[in-house]
Design a protein around this ligand. Structure first.
Ligand code: PHE
Length: 341
């Protein structure tokens, strides 16, 4: 029978060359060497057969053997909990790998802000189709086929149907609302619009507008002014000043353009306001009586105001973005700058 010493030598070789293929292999090793009926236990039991004068030395060897067997096992400890294979165990106490979250597009953020400002004073959201017919985009808005105002908006026509256009403004939603809803109406209409413009820093073939419409009895220009003044102070801060300049839109009379005091220089003059102290932000006016008549609304009984603003313009003023193309290039370096804090 081999001596305890010889047995240990043989097993030492086995331990040294052991290389687990996976968790199951490692577990077999543990049972074979370190288990309750394992080799370490069996060899310990052999101690009683060792001559008393050799026990001390044999005991030391056995301890060294046990340490060797345990160290080998511990060296592969990271395999222990895994369900198999060589994959390292997952430490579920570590913080997770962060997942890069997307952000809202700056135009959508500003659009949401515009909409919620108007929602606070009783406007509800209305939307309409981007492919629009001539009636809703032009004719019902007081722009018959030969009306020169059509030139203000270079239009994309849809090849399949000469009556269809890509809507040139969200005023088409005004028309649809007056056609379908009973009065009074108070709506805000955000949406994408299209114009046949050469793409540059200042013009694009599509952009976004937010239209507002309020029709009721006794709606006056004073209501329009107060509503827009409220909007501006909510959007740009209490100290913002407004001014109205007479303008022309076929579907409003009187019509105006509204400027706000420059948010960058406060009115002293800078690049944004082209050194005038004012920046234009929207067009507005009292709904034209003829337009009301187009929808069988009696202009002697009902009056209304409408306004339309470019979301890109508001965003440009708010964030000083000076190239329109940035909005649609989807460069994450641009988009990431609008991540909420
Ligand atoms: N639809 C006009 C435009 O696109 C803006 C506008 C809307 C003006 C409503 C007056 C009233 O330029």
């Amino acid at each position: 029978m081999p001596s305890l010493h010889e047995l240990m030598k043989t097993h030492e070789q086995e331990i040294n060359s052991f290389q687990p293929a996976g968790a199951a292999d490692l577990e077999n090793y543990r049972i074979r060497f370190l288990g309750t009926k394992g080799i370490v236990k069996l060899l310990s039991a052999e101690m009683k057969n060792v001559a008393p004068d050799q026990r001390k030395e044999a005991g030391q060897m056995l301890n060294a053997f046990k340490t060797l067997a345990e160290e080998k096992y511990n060296a592969f400890a990271d395999m222990k909990q895994s369900s198999g294979g060589n994959a390292p165990a997952v430490d579920i106490t570590l913080p997770g790998t962060p997942i890069a979250a997307g952000t809202r597009h700056p135009l959508r953020m500003v659009e949401n802000e515009i909409v919620s400002i108007f929602e606070k004073i009783g406007f509800s959201v209305a939307t309409g189709p981007e492919i629009e017919d001539d009636w809703h985009n032009f004719t019902s808005l007081n722009m018959p086929a030969d009306h020169p105002a059509r030139d203000m908006q270079d239009t994309f026509y849809v090849a399949q149907n000469p009556d269809w256009v890509l809507r040139t403004h969200t005023s088409s939603v005004q028309a649809r609302i007056l056609e379908t809803q009973s009065l009074p109406v108070r709506v805000i209409c955000p949406g994408r619009v299209y114009r046949n413009e050469t793409i540059s820093a200042r013009a694009h073939c599509f952009f976004h507008q937010c239209e507002g419409l309020y029709v009721d009895k006794n709606v006056s220009f004073a209501d329009l002014k107060q509503t827009l003044y409220y909007f501006v102070t909510e959007m740009f801060g209490e100290n913002t000043k407004v001014r109205f300049r007479p303008s022309y839109f076929p579907f409003t009379e009187p019509s105006a353009e509204m400027d706000i005091s420059c948010t960058v220089c406060g009115g002293t003059g800078c690049n944004l306001c082209k050194h005038s102290g004012w920046v234009e932000i929207l067009g507005c006016g009292m709904v034209h009586p003829d337009m009301l008549r187009n929808f069988n609304i009696d202009p002697e009984v009902y009056t209304g105001f409408a306004f339309g603003m470019g979301v890109e313009r508001i965003t440009q003023i708010k964030y000083q973005v000076n190239d329109l193309r940035l909005y649609s290039q989807n460069d994450v370096r641009f988009l990431r700058q609008f991540r909420p804090a």
